[in-house]
Design a protein around this ligand. Structure first.
Ligand code: A2P
Length: 266
């Protein structure tokens, strides 16, 4: 493979890291882990720009860091976009390969952007679960909230595997397991296959089924906090519903009762 053998200089302001492991879940989804540069600091929930050293001017796409800030490696959960400028190559990476990462993390799905509350809802679709994979492994999340409810909606049942395995892992983790036990809950739905819960999260909030399933009261801005990560349409629709329930969008500069970030595709 001629292209793979060509070596391009590493651009300025990027880390060149090694792939540690790759796991494919479906023909549309995979996870990969890379080495973490010693100087790289981020807040759980933030994203970075990821690329490959396969061109003079590499293509970069935004990826939420899925691992928590204490982890020695960095984890990412990715979609495989047919003919996607980055993901058509990224989906072929193997342990030992090089991945580029721009040095500066950023993002609004961070604990600091929410004012204190009792119950934190993390609403995700597809790879939008990635920033929450970071936050549910961060002890700070459990110091700040009494209940942490992660929801993921996917088209197909198999696409929920990453989140299911992750939550299982968190509960059994020697570091955060004790903190998460009794606090962390996962609610999953698959919209295009037979599944116990087969509706969009927006429908589940509006018809109250989400709260019935969980055995908790409906959304209350006095105690409930939200984080949203999914497609643009999912974000806008979910945001409108939270606002209808009296929650307000916050940011790093102005923390409030919910925050949003789009799940990036490329
Ligand atoms: P649906 O199957 O009804 O479209 P996608 O891959 O298109 O981002 O979708 C991922 C999941 O998010 C699917 O289960 C999809 O449901 C759901 N979804 C798509 N758009 C919205 C929306 N505007 N609000 C809530 N859920 C959505």
């Amino acid at each position: 493979d001629q292209e793979a053998k060509t070596e391009f200089p590493i651009p300025a302001n990027v880390f060149a890291e090694k792939v540690v492991s790759v796991q494919h879940y479906t023909d549309r989804l995979f996870k990969f882990r890379i080495t973490r540069p010693a100087s790289f600091r981020f807040r759980s929930g933030e994203f970075v720009m990821i690329g490959l050293p396969n061109a003079e001017k590499p293509v970069f796409r935004a990826y939420s860091v899925a691992s928590p800030s204490w982890d020695e490696e960095l984890e990412f959960f990715s979609i495989k976009v047919p003919n996607g400028p980055l993901t058509e190559h990224l989906q072929k990476i193997q342990p030992g390969d090089t991945v580029l990462m721009r040095k500066k993390p950023t993002g609004t799905l961070v604990n600091d952007a929410l004012i204190p509350g009792k119950r934190l809802y993390m609403f995700s679709t597809g790879t939008g679960v990635a920033p929450f994979a970071s936050l549910i492994r961060d002890p700070e999340t459990y110091e700040k909230f009494e209940e942490v409810i992660l929801t993921q909606t996917c088209r197909e049942v198999n696409e929920l595997t990453y989140a299911k395995e992750l939550v299982e892992e968190v509960i059994n983790d020697p570091l955060v397991g004790e903190l998460a036990a009794g606090k962390l809950r996962l609610h999953t739905a698959a919209t295009r296959e037979p599944y116990p819960c087969q509706e969009r999260i927006t429908t589940l909030i509006e018809n109250g089924k989400l709260f019935e399933d969980l055995g908790v009261p409906r959304l209350d801005p006095a105690v409930d906090r939200g984080m949203i990560c999914g497609s643009m349409e999912m974000i806008n629709d979910t945001k409108a519903i939270l606002e209808k329930h009296g929650l307000e969008e916050g940011s790093n500069a102005s923390p409030s009762t919910f925050v949003v970030e789009r799940a990036f595709v490329g």
